[in-house]
Design a protein around this ligand. Structure first.
Ligand code: YSA
Length: 349
């Protein structure tokens, strides 16, 4: 005859086996284990209650209960192996990455054409013995004008349409890179050979060849026996390296208070091939810079003896050089920040 304890055990076994067979996920399995084998599970509580059973049922209940516990533990372990493998497969399928998809193209920046031209000019002049130095864009009127033989109230100051930073007019946005001539010569004795690239500012109307913010490259060489022929040689070689051997250059007399004699340096217009256009204002030439032999007063102002030393200096417009090399017909494109324009100068990655 079947005892009550045996009946309870059989009932637990039947339900536990049915429910374990129906457990389809790891969560179901965890819930099943808690229901039968956990600290408050049916089998555990059954075994814990053995002492309260009638004495004649305890041995059957003890043996049968422990056997059930071992059976269910083994069945749970077997089911866990099956379900965890299925769970892993499911997660792998969900997280699958298509490694054949093309990657995202990163957006690469590139140097601005003006920066590239500055680098290129620095290399060209380095090969001719010039060191590249930099100077302040906010400058004193002393270096921007006075040292350069442009006294206060002299009409020559009006040639440079100046942005003044203070009311007495002693601090300016430099109107050219020439103030670095005085700064460099004051801190060293000859020989001097430097180029100075950088931004300059002019209160000027914009057009195809004029900007109010532009870049110049100053050049200065001071030593014994320097002549105008050296200046012509250096600028001609620069033009040959930048534009190739076939472009024409022109030196004409010009006036700057800080040189004697002074010249303007031009190349034939790359936009119209010399025929005349709006960029070269119909002349067929575009001025690249001013230049000349350093004025004796400038040498004196920095403590050099003009009877011993002579020098040449020049100031080139960097945007104009790029325009003449690459056929850019409007200087305003350089600061307009239009990527379609700028990308044309970017080196292939
Ligand atoms: C002259 C003699 C020296 O011993 C040394 C330097 C110089 C150059 C002088 N400091 C100067 O600034 N001369 S400049 O007013 O004629 O400008 C030089 C060059 O800068 C021009 O030839 C031109 O290429 C460029 N430039 C001037 N103003 C510009 C400009 N480029 C674009 N927009 C402007 N508004």
């Amino acid at each position: 005859m079947m005892t009550d304890a045996q009946a309870t055990i059989d009932d637990m076994r039947a339900r536990a086996e049915t429910e374990l067979g129906a457990a389809g996920t790891m969560d179901d399995l965890t819930a099943w284990e808690r229901a039968y084998l956990g600290a408050q599970g049916e089998v555990t509580l059954f075994l814990r209650g053995l002492a309260s059973l009638p004495a004649n049922q305890r041995p059957i209940a003890g043996r049968g209960g422990n056997a059930l516990k071992n059976e269910l533990t083994a069945a749970w372990e077997a089911r866990r192996v099956v379900l965890s493998a299925a769970d892993l497969q499911q997660r792998l399928a969900n997280d699958a990455v298509d490694v054949t998809l093309p990657g995202r193209q990163p957006i690469l920046g590139a140097s601005h054409p003006v920066s590239r031209m500055i680098d290129e000019l620095s290399e060209i002049f380095a090969l001719m013995g010039f060191q590249t130095v930099f100077g302040p864009e906010v400058e004193t009127a002393h270096y921007n004008f006075d040292v350069l033989n442009i006294p206060k109230d002299h009409p020559a100051r009006d040639v440079w349409d100046t942005f003044y930073v203070d009311l007495p007019g002693e601090i300016v946005l430099r109107t050219h890179t020439s103030p670095m001539q005085g700064r460099v010569m004051e801190r060293q004795d000859p020989p001097v050979r430097v180029v100075v690239p950088g931004r300059v500012y002019r209160y000027e109307a914009q057009d195809a060849s004029h900007e109010w913010m532009l870049h110049q490259l100053e050049g200065l060489a001071v030593d014994r026996n320097i002549t105008l022929a050296d200046l012509k040689g250096v600028l001609s070689e620069m033009a040959r390296q930048l534009f190739g051997p076939d472009r024409r250059t022109r030196f004409r007399c010009d006036f700057f208070p800080f040189v004697e004699p002074g010249v303007d340096f031009a190349v034939d217009c790359a936009i119209c091939g010399g025929a005349g256009c709006r960029v070269c204002k119909g002349t067929g030439w575009l001025e690249m810079g001013g230049a000349g032999m350093v004025h004796p007063n400038v040498l004196r102002n920095v403590g050099y003896d003009p009877d011993v030393y002579s020098g040449f200096a020049f100031g080139l417009g960097i945007e104009r050089l790029i325009m003449m090399r690459s056929g850019v017909d409007d200087i305003r494109a350089f600061a307009a920040n239009d990527l379609r324009f700028l990308r044309q100068f970017a080196r292939a990655a």
